[in-house]
Write a protein that binds this ligand. Structure first.
Ligand code: PLP
Length: 403
């Protein structure tokens, strides 16, 4: 079947499907069976709660079987929405009601629902440069004009957000939304500072737009203090927050959500499928996490901190004394590297492929070009020994890729 020719369907595609059709999808370079998988943000497979999930499934089926195996509520399983509220209270002191939560098929899907609800082709939106490559692929399929804003050690640079908003206003346009990754920004690593969180909320008010706050990693904090969510600082219903269970339970459960003002939820629901998102898995995840969330997150923090430290050690042992810049994120999955000035990115790539070490090249994260001098390494997937070994191989490749 695999070699069957495909009918010429392109002329039949809908105008929606044609937006961004054929645009290159940016991902990590494909290294055939990598020995060191530092490309995607894959959670640690050794920490998945295998037994706990088996046990939670059995308990859930006995108690809720028929409900779990039929269509669910359009907004998502209430138990999971309650659990998300509990999680927000526990980790971020954020008080929201289950009525504010809309369950989606991972936060990628949740973000896509928000883009579908607010973004038409040609609409201006603002996002970080660099930003998460998966979100860029997602956003591009909605055809907006992407205005980018740099990121520094305090996160998205709000003075540039103001410049962009002002420029749009001068031209008679209104920004549809500002997309920002607030905790352990993917890929660059910083938290958005409290000062800038406040400024962003003020800017959204002043320029009459929305903020889409993406938080995929907030609970996985190794150092430092959590900052209040932008959602909590907003008083005017201008913030939509996306979250996920991918990083604290398992990406395979495909469960994420939007937290938003209640009046907005029908706009997301209009783009969702009937029957609610995965009522069965929502229940399994809820039954497991109701009892184990805190202890499991604690375990994950130790697991990922050890990996981050192993990778940083491997990199610095070889790159000390060069003009490299290496992030030290206080949590999350990624290390962001600004390569030494004389590095040849193509040569680095060839050397890393030869070492079977996968990373993601910087250009994947920039909405409007650039980024050749950067690479992102994910320390989340490999065990600490391989984070150390593999990062030394990458560091060696960086040294050997000097022009
Ligand atoms: C910042 C950010 N947002 C969203 C996602 C999407 O994750 P998922 O769709 O698995 O919830 C990711 C995944 O890596 C991410 O890093």
């Amino acid at each position: 079947m695999t070699n069957t020719p495909t009918a010429r369907f392109e002329q039949l595609l809908s105008s929606r499907a044609l937006i961004g059709w054929g645009a290159p999808v940016t991902t990590a370079r494909p290294v055939a069976s990598p020995l060191y998988e530092f490309g995607g943000g894959y959670p640690d497979p050794a920490s998945f709660p295998y037994d706990g999930m088996v046990e939670a499934t059995a308990r859930m089926i006995k108690a809720e079987g028929a409900q779990a195996l039929t269509y669910g509520e359009p907004q998502g399983y209430r138990g999971l929405r309650e659990l998300v509220c509990h999680k927000y209270r526990l980790f971020e002191n954020l008080d929201v009601a289950p009525e504010n939560i809309f369950v989606a098929n991972g936060s990628g899907h949740a973000l896509s629902l928000a883009f579908s609800a607010f973004v038409d082709p040609g609409d201006p939106i603002i996002c970080e440069a660099p930003t998460f490559s998966g979100s860029l692929n997602n956003i591009r399929r909605h055809g907006p004009e992407i205005l980018d804003v740099p990121v520094d050690e305090e996160g998205m640079v709000t003075s540039v957000v103001r410049e962009r908003l002002e420029g749009l206003r001068r031209e008679g346009h209104r920004c549809k939304l500002i997309y920002t990754i607030v905790n352990f920004q993917n890929p660059a690593g910083p938290d958005l500072s409290l000062r800038r969180r406040r400024e962003l909320v003020d800017l959204a008010e002043e320029y009459d737009t929305l903020i889409l706050e993406d938080d995929a990693y907030g609970e996985l904090r190794f150092d430092g203090e959590p900052k209040p969510p932008v959602y909590a600082l907003d008083r005017r219903g201008r913030v939509i927050r996306a979250g996920t269970l991918s990083k604290i339970l398992g990406a395979g459960v495909r469960l994420g959500w939007l937290c938003a003002p209640r009046a907005m939820l029908p706009a997301f629901q209009g783009f969702n499928f009937g029957g609610g998102v995965n009522p069965f898995m929502s229940r399994v995840a809820t039954w497991y996490l109701r009892e184990h969330m805190e202890e499991h997150v604690k375990l994950l923090i130790d697991v990922y901190r050890a990996k981050r430290d192993a990778m940083l050690r491997g990199l610095w042992e070889l790159l000390q004394g060069t003009d490299v810049e290496i992030s030290k994120p206080e949590g999350g999955f990624f290390i962001w590297i600004r390569l030494p000035a004389r590095t040849d990115p193509a040569r680095l790539e060839a050397l890393a492929v030869a070492a079977r070490a996968q990373y993601t090249p910087g250009p994947a994260f920039f909405p409007n070009g650039g980024g050749e001098r950067f690479i992102r390494l994910a320390f989340s997937y490999e065990p600490p020994e391989k984070c150390y070994e593999g990062s030394r191989l990458i560091a060696r490749a960086i040294l050997d890729a000097r022009r």
